[in-house]
Design a protein around this ligand. Structure first.
Ligand code: ARG
Length: 588
């Protein structure tokens, strides 16, 4: 189904043409004076010069053509030359029926479906997930779902940080605690145990302790670097330990991501491309892309048009060690070989923008990607506390994701317990579910690139622009539909009638915007557009609900039509929250 503004513009275009003007002038937009009209067209103003006529004369001519229109119930030419439009209820009804009947509510399939890899997550193995990672996970997951919905093939990759110094730190920390472990015996030739010699809680203690010590103790740091080097160069015992660290850590990460409904298709990491690095380095050298500068191997990526300093992209350090850049470039090489994507999207903290600019330029210059491959950096802002500084725990420490989810859940539980009668078990489950909506919506409703303040009170409120408000609206609809069914009504074959009042019409006008909204959310990688839409839709619904007798409506056909409208509204809301990555309970 075409977008509503396209349909209306076509209709308007015909009227311009019939009155002797260019049909392109018929472009219709949403009204910016909703008190006066629903839609507007400013084509008469735009055409005044071309036709050497006062705009109001053109507007009057056009309005004259639409006197008997079945699309518009009102076309008013007003000074100096605006065309104020209202839609006919019958036409709107047809549009709603059409969207309800078509797959995906009338969203046209993507004209050029792409294969897209989304690199989001970026968790570091052996380090606990902190709130910095929440944004990547929440935004990336939603973008993945939106892109899939509009018809692209999307592969989500967690791209673990599993190959850097933190691995050497954990190994060194472990060696100090348990020097007798067989992994540290270099003469050992046998098989290593299947069972990891630590639990996740031990692992979570080891890393911070080792990291803190390495900052004060240069000798310790040197040991950790040595361990990292040995690991990367394949020392058996270290590789075996590393596998254990990875397994224990990934199991925990899956649990955490799972509690946020975040799922990755690929659990790859930096380590996966380790063996590709020598080949990539040779290729860059042989083709003259890379050269030695102060001992390091670099690729120049600055361009004449640069207005800021873009330093060269370093491929190998002077001691031959690889860097963050190196693994990212080798990962691009691997992704091209395995998946040949049309586009790779990175959902990463915006402070890494310059870094990715270097990586992308380097990948293009060295032809690791095809000229038409799109490399997109989607940088997100910081999640701040009420003090405007990056969000911390009450005692000033780094807030762990698990703790954040728990605290939000506790707050939600309190609120649910306050106002409602519900068995304890249900309250606990529902609180968790609603808490996920609070966290995710609180994040996603902001444009990703902006910083935002994590405000637990506001995010968990049932009123205002929040996840719980959206869920509350869905639950309200569900409960009306349940009652309707209990009273013997059926939800099959409901026939809609033209809107019976302003608030009903407003709800329908919001509904038919769905395909327009979702397409632009996908094009602009902008989940906040989905949030803004469902907030408007929920408001339109609640306004309609307060003004309309639904179950109490005596005219059966009209009651059916109202119920039909509820069904569509619920379906659209459910699809949208699924695209945002959360779901609604049956009651709350
Ligand atoms: N592990 C990194 C961090 O915690 C994020 C990884 C982002 N993705 C990438 N391909 N570099 O900062």
């Amino acid at each position: 189904m075409k977008k509503i503004l396209e349909l209306l513009s076509e209709e308007m275009g015909k009227a311009f043409e019939a009155a002797g003007y260019d049909s392109a002038l018929g472009r219709v937009t949403l009204s910016n004076r909703p008190d006066l009209c629903e839609y507007q067209c400013n084509g008469a103003m735009a055409g005044a010069k071309q036709y050497r006529k006062p705009p109001i004369a053109i507007a009057n001519d056009v309005a004259g053509q639409l006197e008997t229109s079945s699309v518009f119930s009102e076309v008013r030419a007003v000074a100096p030359g605006f065309l104020n439009l209202k839609l006919s209820e019958e036409y709107l009804l047809k549009a709603v029926e059409c969207m309800a009947a078509e797959p995906k509510f009338g969203l046209e399939p993507a004209d050029r479906p792409k294969k897209i890899i989304i690199d989001y997550g970026g968790a570091n193995v052996a380090k606990p997930l902190h709130v910095g990672h929440i944004r990547a996970a929440v935004i990336g997951e939603s973008i993945k779902r939106i892109c899939r919905y509009v018809g692209h093939e999307v592969i989500g990759d967690v791209h673990l940080g599993d190959w850097g110094l933190q691995m050497g730190l954990v190994i060194t920390g472990l060696q100090d605690r348990q020097p007798e472990l067989v992994y540290f015996d270099e003469s050992y030739q046998g098989e290593y145990p299947d069972e990891a010699p630590f639990t996740i809680s031990e692992l979570e203690e080891i890393y911070p302790a080792a990291s803190a010590r390495s900052k004060e103790d240069p000798e310790y740091k040197a040991r950790a670097m040595e361990a990292t080097f040995k690991l990367q160069n394949g020392v058996r015992g270290y590789r075996a330990l590393w596998k254990h660290i990875l397994n224990v850590s990934v199991a925990d990460l899956k649990k955490n991501y799972g509690s946020l409904n975040v799922e990755f298709d690929l659990w790859k990491g930096e380590s996966d491309v380790h063996d590709l690095i020598p080949e990539m380095v040779d290729y860059m050298k042989e083709n003259g892309y890379a050269h030695i500068s102060e001992g390091a191997l670099v690729v120049d990526v600055k361009e004449d048009t640069d207005t800021r300093e873009i330093p060269p992209c370093m491929i190998l350090k002077s001691d031959g060690a690889s860097l963050y850049n190196t693994t990212d470039l080798a990962t691009i090489m691997e992704r091209m070989r395995l998946y040949s994507p049309d586009e790779i999207i990175y959902v990463v903290d915006k402070r890494q923008e310059l870094y990715f600019e270097q990586v992308f330029r380097c990948a293009r210059k060295t032809k690791l990607v095809k000229p038409e491959t799109e490399l997109v950096f989607l940088g997100f802002g910081t999640m701040n506390g009420a003090d405007g500084k990056p969000f911390k725990t009450r005692d000033g420490g780094v807030m762990r994701l698990e703790a954040l989810i728990r605290e939000t859940g506790d707050e939600m539980y309190k609120k649910i317990r306050e106002g409602r009668q519900m068995p304890e078990e249900d309250a606990v489950r529902v609180a968790k579910q609603v808490a996920v909506s609070a966290l995710k919506y609180g994040d996603l409703s902001n444009q990703a690139s902006k910083d935002y303040v994590f405000d637990i009170d506001r995010f968990t409120s049932f009123e205002g622009d929040t996840g719980p408000y959206i869920l509350y609206t869905i639950v309200r609809i569900k409960s009306i539909l349940t009652k309707y069914r209990e009273q013997g009504g059926s939800l099959d074959g409901l026939k809609l009638q033209a809107a019976g009042g302003e608030s009903e019409k407003a709800l329908e006008m919001k509904l038919v915007e769905f395909n327009t909204m979702i397409q632009s959310a996908a094009e602009e990688l902008a989940p906040h557009k989905v949030c803004a839409y469902i907030y408007d839709l929920a408001n339109a619904f609640n306004h309609f609900y307060h003004e309309t007798k639904i179950l109490g409506e005596e005219d059966t056909l009209r009651r059916e039509s109202l119920i039909g409208l509820l069904v569509i509204t619920e379906d659209v809301l459910n699809v949208c929250i699924d695209l945002l990555g959360f779901e609604a309970p049956d009651r709350m």
